[in-house]
Design a protein around this ligand. Sequence first.
Ligand SMILES: Nc1ncnc2c1ncn2[C@@H]1O[C@H](COP(=O)(O)OP(=O)(O)O)[C@@H](O)[C@H]1O
Ligand SMILES: [Mg+2]
Length: 260
Amino acid sequence: MARRVSRRKEPERGRFQLKELEKVEGGIFDTRTMVYLGKFFNSGIVQRLEFPIARGKEADLYLADAGGSKAVSGSAYVVLKFFRVETSSFKNMIDYIVGDERFSRIRNSKYFIVNTWCKKEYGNLKIAEAAGVMVPKPYMANGSILAMEFIGSSEGRAAPMLKDTRVSNPNGMFDLIIGYVKSLYKFRLVHADLSEYNILVNEDKPYLIDFGQAVTIKHPNAQEFLERDIGNIARYFNKQYSLGIEEKEIFEKVTGYQKQ
Ligand SMILES: Nc1ncnc2c1ncn2[C@@H]1O[C@H](COP(=O)(O)OP(=O)(O)O)[C@@H](O)[C@H]1O
Ligand SMILES: [Mg+2]
């Protein structure tokens, strides 16, 4: 009996939240997005949306209250990443989907592309997690929405990007980040958009984020993407902390073979 009551109550609460959101956010949350969002409430991952934490290139990110959910161990918060359909760069997305053997069948619809992108980020985060890389733990992807671990303070303040922090041990931080790039490579993944913008620093530890574009090493441009990632990080640390890193050496360290 008790079970039946609680089962009926959860969706009710979710529906109420969604109705409120529709009123407050108006155009941002269209009907399709609201339907996707409902699943996050119903499955107990999210209890309420709090506030926007960032507007990225392709997505709007919101802090949500986990409400003691079992799916989310250890934190009161969850991040919801809403991929935008209207302003997304489909041409750019397609270049990182076609060529990745995991996505052989592509449909020519913007919803299909964005939803595939979202699912791809979820899958990539799972691989990174399995590789032992510090990333936000992925909880669920549905449609164009991804739920993941919140990286930040217990008061709900998001961790700053690497570019906005002064690192106390730059050599150690650089080695950790390159160690993560190597672990990803061992798990056949290249981030492909790594830079000081897509690394958060929480309690002096780096977290790699934004894995939508990450491709497997079989992608025809994987080596080029890996070189670009390493170049971005090496250049950043050389410029900010005068570390004098040789990009070529790092590439060899990551891949285990000499660059021609
Ligand atoms: N898990 C997270 N915890 C805290 N803040 C996050 C998290 N994921 C992303 N952010 C914040 O949102 C911003 C945009 O996220 P990102 O995944 O890089 O989206 P985009 O693809 O639009 O660049 C990040 O720069 C960061 O400030
Ligand atoms: Mg980003």
